[in-house]
Design a protein around this ligand. Structure first.
Ligand code: AKG
Ligand code: FE2
Length: 356
């Protein structure tokens, strides 16, 4: 199918009263969400509000979580729960209550990668991209993407003001998430034996985007995915979700999908691909996906922290020795992103293409 005009918002589909999902949303049998490990849980790391006396033990716990999962909840992170709730509430009000014509005033640019605004992923034509491996299946998801850092990219006038505190809440949340991401990158660096600033130095100025995802109820959750399997491209993602649940992660080295339990005060940390490169594979990016459910809409807020497009990412020199050579090719981040958009997530790790 060609990319033509505006994508259809999943919410409009569901409001038309479907009992079966259109074929574009049906996953091939191997990708359907049937294999889940009901007993496993990702770790919960208590940050003790970054108390310096606890730093050593916190670092150890983070190191283990990064090695085993590339994902962990954090609690006592210092971000007020009232702010987490305010962002969830503002996002939900936009998707649930704002009339569609007003929502569409914020539509992102059709066909442009990562453009700011309200959208839904479109089918990518294999002819256009010259690659038959492009995923042809659509996600059961609508989203709003906000450009938040550097501040030169931030223009709250492009964000909804459907609830009067929407813009203020997203801006405050963005500021808090950036500070938290920087503190976490320092702890993660230390936990792998690097200087505290090593990962952030490698990434450079943080480019931050906040994506609020909305997954409408789905009449056939066994055949669909809210968001197909992928790892995030940047350095670190901080995610909150509502109490519905549907995010799943793969434990490192396993084929078992594990559901991430919603915890209203916690923030989920997901290691992304550039951190895997900088740590020379000592930590791997977390592969995750979102499943749908037949009854309730679900909301998540993902805050991505990425390098600038011009930055060259390489394994940290401190980790390279004769006995432990570089495992990844250097890559200019913009080229990495372009190849992701050309090939699509393909349900596998794009970063594997860089492994030497
Ligand atoms: O909805 C979720 O929980 C996952 C969102 C996500 O993985 C993403 O936006 O990259
Ligand atoms: Fe993701």
């Amino acid at each position: 199918m060609e990319v033509t005009g505006e994508p259809i918002r999943v919410q409009s589909l569901i409001q038309s009263g479907l009992s079966q999902v259109p074929f574009e949303y049906i996953q091939p049998p191997n990708n359907r969400p049937i294999h889940t490990d009901p007993d496993a849980n990702i770790p919960i790391v208590d940050l003790f509000n970054f108390n310096p006396n606890r730093r050593h033990s916190t670092r150890e716990v983070i190191g283990q979580a990064c090695r085993e999962w590339g994902a962990f909840h954090i609690i006592n992170h210092g971000v007020p729960t009232t702010l987490l709730d305010a962002v969830r509430r503002a996002g939900l009000a936009f998707f649930d209550e704002c009339p569609m014509p007003e929502k569409l005033r914020y539509a992102c640019t059709a066909g442009a990668a990562a453009s700011e605004g309200y959208g839904s992923r479109m089918l990518v034509s294999s002819n256009e991209k010259g690659n038959d491996a492009v995923s042809q299946v659509l996600d059961w998801r609508d989203y709003f993407d906000h450009h938040t850092f550097p501040l030169s990219r931030r223009d709250p006038n492009r964000w909804p003001n459907f609830t009067s505190d929407y813009r203020e809440s997203v801006a405050k949340y963005s500021d808090e998430m950036k500070i938290l991401a920087q503190k976490l990158l320092a702890l993660i660096s230390e936990s792998v034996g690097l200087r505290p600033s090593c990962i952030e130095d490698g990434v450079g100025e943080l480019y931050q985007n906040i994506t609020i995802s909305y997954y409408p109820p789905c009449p056939q959750p066994d055949l669909t995915l809210g968001l197909q399997s992928h790892s995030d491209m940047g350095a670190i993602t901080l995610l909150i979700q509502d109490d519905v649940g549907g995010l799943q992660v793969l434990q490192n080295g396993s084929d078992n999908w594990v559901t991430v339990q919603p915890l209203s005060d916690a923030i989920l940390v997901l290691l992304a691909d550039q951190t895997e490169i900088i740590t020379n594979g000592k930590y791997r990016s977390c592969v995750h996906r979102a499943v749908t459910n037949p009854d309730k809409p679900r909301l998540s807020v993902a805050t991505f922290h990425d390098p600038a497009k011009t930055v060259k990412i390489s394994p940290a020199s401190e980790l390279i020795t004769n006995s432990s050579p570089a495992k990844y090719q250097d890559v200019v981040y913009g080229d990495y992103v372009s190849s992701w958009y050309t090939k699509g997530p393909e349900g596998k790790r794009n970063i594997d293409a860089l492994i030497l």
